[in-house]
Ligand binder design. Structure first.
Ligand code: HSE
Length: 304
């Protein structure tokens, strides 16, 4: 067993507007997990976002995911110590739980030195976390389309590079929002017209994101009629910022189930657009944070 392992796992943004439960992208903001073998007992220390609320017992998502991996390969170690540094805001739509799950699985795989195929990692992570559009880009990086298919209807994905001509900007309000609640508000049926509209936008978005289209195409491409209108009604402050940024011609989408927003801008405009977004957010309330990020091409990695 190696002396210690360190893994980095990126934050992710699911849906990107019209790609509900299908599209996800990894961004450069990393959960860091260090694990050291111990003779007995499991200890965990958490620093950063959520440090005061994240459980530090067996119910911790990193520990649960590590143990799920050890059980999958048939051997739990006697003990281990985990140190987590988390910069990803919790309950904000930036894939903090997906990062914890993927990080736990990755750390356990490195620690146990077992080769487990990527498709098994996808399967394990999806079973624990539930949202392939977050866990898959956290695992493999890039822009990912997730779908179910094949004889056993397993989760599959197709991975692409998001264009370097584009820059992701994340706007994060101070209060989180529950994904379960944001799913609970979704309708059981949608109109044919809304389905057609959203299918055309999802197709356009993949083309725009991979080729680096201009703002006008991107803004059209990130429009959604399946889930955002329902969710934004529950998140009035996010809705107001979303409305204002869209009216200014920006490509903006709810990050996952919200309440954060993803804005995608052409690279030369990144600095001025970030200032504009900060002004719009702060006019609503002082607690908003705006991060200018980059696409993460690799996904989870072991370092050191
Ligand atoms: N596709 C999921 C949802 C992502 O929108 O509910 C959750 O992060």
């Amino acid at each position: 067993m190696p002396a210690a392992v360190k893994v980095l796992v990126p934050a992710t943004v699911a849906n990107l507007g019209p790609g509900f439960d299908a599209l996800g992208v990894a961004v450069k903001m990393y959960l860091e997990i260090e694990v050291e073998p111990r003779k007995s007992s499991i200890d965990i220390m958490v620093e950063g976002e959520g440090a005061e609320s994240i459980p530090i017992d067996d119910s911790n998502l990193v520990i649960r995911s590590m143990n799920a991996f050890f059980d999958h390969v048939g051997r739990r170690p006697a003990g281990y110590a985990v140190r987590v540094k988390n910069p990803i805001p919790l309950g904000s739509g930036l894939g903090s739980s997906a990062a914890a799950v993927v990080g736990g699985l990755f750390a356990a795989r490195s620690l146990s030195n077992r080769s487990v195929h990527q498709s098994e990692m996808v399967d394990l992570a999806t079973r624990i976390e539930g949202h392939p559009d977050n866990v898959i880009p956290a695992l493999v990086g890039g822009l990912v389309v997730c779908y179910r298919g094949g004889v056993s209807n397993e989760t599959r994905f197709f991975r692409m590079e998001a264009s370097e001509r584009l820059v992701p900007i994340l706007a994060v309000p101070s209060e989180g929002f529950s994904t379960a609640e944001a799913r609970g508000v979704l309708p059981t049926e949608v109109s044919f017209a809304d389905a057609q509209f959203t299918a055309s936008r999802a197709a356009l978005l993949v083309a725009a994101m991979t080729t680096g289209a201009g703002s006008d195409v991107l803004a059209q491409a990130m429009d959604d009629k399946l889930h955002e209108p329902h969710r934004l009604r529950l998140q009035p402050e996010t809705a107001a910022v979303h409305r204002e940024l869209r009216a200014a011609g920006l490509a903006v989408a709810l990050a996952g189930a919200g309440p954060s927003l993803l804005v995608v801008v052409p690279r030369p405009e990144a600095v001025t657009r970030a200032e504009q977004i900060r002004r719009v957010c702060r006019a609503r309330s002082a607690g908003w944070r705006v991060f200018v990020s980059e696409w993460e091409p690799e996904g989870a990695k072991t370092i050191g």
